[in-house]
Ligand binder design. Structure first.
Ligand SMILES: Nc1ncnc2c1ncn2[C@@H]1O[C@H](COP(=O)(O)OP(=O)(O)OP(=O)(O)O)[C@@H](O)[C@H]1O
Ligand SMILES: [Mg+2]
Length: 478
């Protein structure tokens, strides 16, 4: 950020203009005096200050965050005010973003104070590999009256940066990250996470679960996303842990997608089988960004893998050792020392077998909310019928209602029956009849409960009465 008094404004007095022209005829020693006192003189008669924000700082390795935020902020006002615009796709997104073209000027108003933004570009001719290469240097310049210096520096600019970041997040294409490392030739380094655009269409509206539970979860998530100050006040990292459990096909993965869509977060799908040890896990978590959901699916299936991790002993000692080994260059600092996740993050574990999990892993405080997703009930069926067949009532609804009270069927299996296989109006009848038949063939709730009891007692005998434990360094993840 460079603050300078400038010249060249339209209203600059003719005296200054004349001085500038005459300057070239001054003898050299006079010119030195001229330069020395000229700026002081200009400061007296020219009441404006300028701040410039170059696109790249230092060795051009990284685009300046301030420039990016200002670009996003100005893109929201530009389309209304600027006369010449340029259109670009948002970062990794298919949205068209309009911003002011090079050498364009717009005005903005803040608390009744008028400021001017200019987008400028200088081009330097460089010789590279015996070729003449034009290097563009872009920057934004902000001009304001000197008497508003404090307001601009302390209030307006932080506001612009913060708003710009919010707009930037809105314009971006959300991503689904997986921990399969790859070499990025643009950044010329190995990255731990690869990503694809996140385009899962699930929403809470289309989710077939108990309506009351649905609204509780939505409220909980929304409250979390607005609780930055609260977490700062209590000195805890801004994160929330969810454990989703239930039989296959009950909507656990679908709910995670709905959560990401509700909160407008990225998703980091952490596959534990690809994690060698706790320091690798820590490194992966440190490389996740804010506004994201970190997902560890089928946590009970990580049992074999977790056998390799340190067990028993002094937990703190192990932690210290891991921190020393952390490849990010020592232990994480600030609030990250409490958790490698930090930031605005939701952590979701899923399992089909909650009874297999280490109670320490899922205790409240680590996992803030336990959500059981069960077999399909009538309310859920109605949501699916609306989603798939666009019907809200039908003579077969009552039969299905009665069957759902007696039989266990997953929402995934209901959805499968309700998916029309052909075109035509009779498909509603065909699909609902199919569902009735499928339901009749399902095991009754009492039969399944009996089988479950037998299965559990057999397992207890096999394990000598011990419930298998998952070993994962909980403090790293949650
Ligand atoms: N509660 C639900 N509401 C809406 N659709 C659902 C629901 N449950 C399942 N489905 C449908 O069934 C498919 C499978 O569901 P999903 O993958 O979310 O189940 P899951 O609980 O994650 O299963 P698993 O335990 O096998 O991972 C989804 O693509 C979705 O179409
Ligand atoms: Mg799943």
């Amino acid at each position: 950020m460079v603050i300078s008094n400038i010249m060249g404004f339209a209203g600059l007095s003719s005296t200054v203009g004349t001085l500038l022209i005459l300057r070239q005829y001054f003898p050299r020693h006079l010119n030195i005096y001229f330069s020395k006192y000229f700026e002081k003189f200009i400061t007296l008669i020219y009441p404006y200050l300028e701040i410039s924000f170059p696109e790249y700082v230092g060795l051009r390795l990284k685009r300046s965050d301030a420039y990016t935020a200002i670009e996003s902020y100005l893109s929201s006002t530009t389309s209304e005010h600027a006369k010449r615009l340029k259109a670009e796709m948002g970062h990794g997104s298919d949205k068209l973003i309009l911003s002011m073209d090079d050498n364009e000027e717009i005005t903005d108003e803040f608390h009744g104070v008028k400021v001017w933004w200019f987008s400028s570009k200088t081009t330097r001719h460089n010789i590279s590999f015996y070729r003449l290469v034009d290097e563009d240097k872009r920057y934004y310049r902000l001009r304001f009256h000197r008497r508003h210096r404090a307001l601009i520096n302390e209030v307006y600019l932080p506001y612009v940066i913060q708003q710009g970041k919010v707009i930037g997040v809105e314009n971006r294409q959300r991503k689904l990250y997986t921990n399969s490392s790859h070499f990025d030739y643009n950044e010329f380094k190995k990255l731990d996470w690869s990503h694809v655009p996140f385009e899962h269409p699930a929403t809470f509206e289309t989710l077939a679960i108990d309506p009351q539970m649905k609204s509780e979860i939505v409220q909980d998530l929304v409250k979390f996303s607005k609780s930055k100050e609260y977490y700062a006040k209590i000195g805890k990292p801004w994160k929330r842990g969810y454990l989703l459990y239930g039989p296959p096909g009950t909507g656990k993965s679908t709910m995670i997608a709905a959560m990401a869509n509700l909160l407008d977060y990225d998703v980091f799908d952490l596959e534990l089988t690809g994690v060698k040890d706790n320091s690798m896990l820590r490194k992966l978590l440190l490389n996740t960004t804010g506004k994201s959901i970190i997902v560890i699916e089928d946590i009970d299936c990580s049992l074999d893998l977790s056998g390799k991790r340190k067990t028993g002993g002094n937990q703190n000692e192990n932690k210290e050792e891991e921190e020393k080994k952390a490849p990010m260059g020592g232990p994480p600092n600030k609030d990250e020392s409490k958790s490698a996740c930090g930031g605005e993050k939701v952590i979701v574990f899923t399992t089909n077998h909650i009874e297999k999990l280490d109670p320490a892993l899922i205790r409240r405080g680590r996992m803030d909310k336990h959500i059981e997703l069960g077999y399909c009930e009538y309310e859920g069926f109605k949501v699916l019928a609306k989603n798939y067949l666009e019907v809200k009532s039908h003579p077969l609804f009552e039969v299905i209602h009665e069957l759902l009270e007696k039989k266990n069927i997953s929402p995934a299996d209901v959805a499968e029956s309700l998916m029309p296989k052909e075109e035509g109006k009779d498909q509603v009848d065909v699909c609902l009849e199919k569902l009735v038949n499928v339901l009749k063939g399902c095991k009754s709730k009492s039969e399944e409960e009996e089988e479950e009891k037998v299965r559990k007692s057999k397992k207890k005998l096999e394990n000598g009465g011990k419930v298998p434990m998952v070993e994962i360094d909980c403090s790293v993840v949650v």
